[in-house]
Design a protein around this ligand. Structure first.
Ligand code: ADP
Ligand code: MG
Length: 243
C-alpha cells in the first residue's frame, strides 16, 4: 500500500506534479525515503534518500522557481493553457535529462562522477558520492595535498573533454567534491558538447575558476595556457605551475 503521507512534510516545498512523481519513483523502488535535504537552490533541491542499506541522491529540478512562475502554474492547471504548461515543463525536463545524459557520458569515460541511476521528468536519481554522508565540496574542504588534488582534477577535466567530449561550463568549488582527497565533478545539467559555439570560452572560464581556488589555497598559479593545451590534447606535457 502506498503511504500517502510519506512525503507530507514536503507538501509545502513541492508542487503536485513533483509529489506524484516522488511517490511513483519510490513505489517503483528507485529509493525508499527522503532523509535529509542537502541544498535548496533556485533551480533544484538536493536530497539524500535511503535505498535499502545504501544512500542515493535525489535531485529535484524546480518547476516553479519564483512567484511569477507559481502564478503561471495556477493558470496552467486550466486546460486552456495546457500548451504553455507543456512547453515550460518540457524545458525543465530537458534540463534534467541533459544532466542524466552527461553523467552517463562521464561514467562511460570512467570519470570520478556520480553514477546516474534514473531520471524521469524533473527528478534525477544518482549515486551519492561519500560514505554514509555526502562528500564535502572543495570550497569547504581543502585538500591536504593541493598539487596532487589539482593535478587529478585537471586529469578529470581532460578526460571529460577528450573522452566524454563535454565541457562542464560551471566548474567551481561547489561543483567539485573532495571525497577522500579525490576530486569528483558533479552538477552537469549545463555542460555542453565540445563542438558547441563558445565551447572554448566556457573551457577557459572553467580553468580560470579552478585556478582561482588553487591560488587561494596555495598562493601559486597555473600556467593557464599550458593547462588548456593539455586538456584539449595540444600538448602531452603538463607544466602546471606558472614560473
Ligand atoms: N552525487 C552527489 N553526491 C554527494 N553530494 C552531492 C551530489 N550531488 C549534489 N551534491 C551536493 O549538493 C550540492 C548541490 O548539487 P548540484 O548538483 O551542484 O546542484 P545545483 O544545480 O543546485 O548547484 C552540491 O554542491 C553537493 O554538495
Ligand atoms: Mg552546483
Amino acid at each position: 500500500m502506498i503511504d500517502k503521507d510519506k512525503f507530507k512534510t514536503y507538501n509545502e516545498v513541492f508542487d503536485n506534479h513533483t509529489l506524484r512523481l516522488l511517490f511513483e519513483l519510490s513505489s517503483k523502488g528507485y529509493f525508499d525515503d527522503l532523509i535529509s535535504k542537502i541544498k535548496v537552490g533556485k533551480e533544484s533541491n538536493i536530497f539524500i534518500a535511503t535505498k535499502g542499506n545504501e544512500k542515493v541522491i535525489v535531485k529535484i529540478y524546480l518547476l516553479n522557481t519564483s512567484n511569477f512562475n507559481k502564478m503561471k502554474e495556477y493558470l496552467l492547471e486550466d486546460k486552456r493553457y495546457s500548451n504553455l504548461s507543456n512547453r515550460k515543463r518540457q524545458i525543465v525536463f530537458t534540463w534534467a535529462s541533459r544532466e542524466f545524459r552527461n553523467l552517463n557520458k562521464m561514467k562511460t569515460a570512467n570519470m570520478n562522477s556520480p553514477r546516474p541511476i534514473y531520471q524521469k521528468e524533473n527528478i534525477l536519481i544518482m549515486q551519492m558520492i561519500g560514505e554514509n554522508q555526502a562528500a564535502p565540496p572543495l570550497k569547504d574542504y581543502w585538500p591536504l595535498n593541493p598539487d596532487d588534488f589539482f593535478l587529478k582534477l585537471i586529469e578529470e577535466i581532460k578526460i571529460m573533454y577528450q573522452e566524454a567530449k563535454i565541457i562542464h561550463a560551471d566548474l567551481s568549488g561547489f561543483n567539485v567534491l573532495n571525497f577522500n582527497e579525490e576530486p569528483y565533478i558533479i552538477d552537469v545539467s549545463q555542460s555542453l558538447s565540445i563542438d558547441s559555439a563558445n565551447a572554448t570560452d566556457y573551457l577557459i572560464r572553467d580553468v580560470e575558476n579552478i585556478n582561482l581556488i588553487y591560488k587561494k589555497i596555495t598562493k601559486k598559479e597555473f600556467d593557464i595556457r599550458n593547462v588548456l593545451n593539455y586538456i584539449v590534447g595540444k600538448t602531452k606535457e603538463l607544466k602546471f605551475n606558472k614560473i
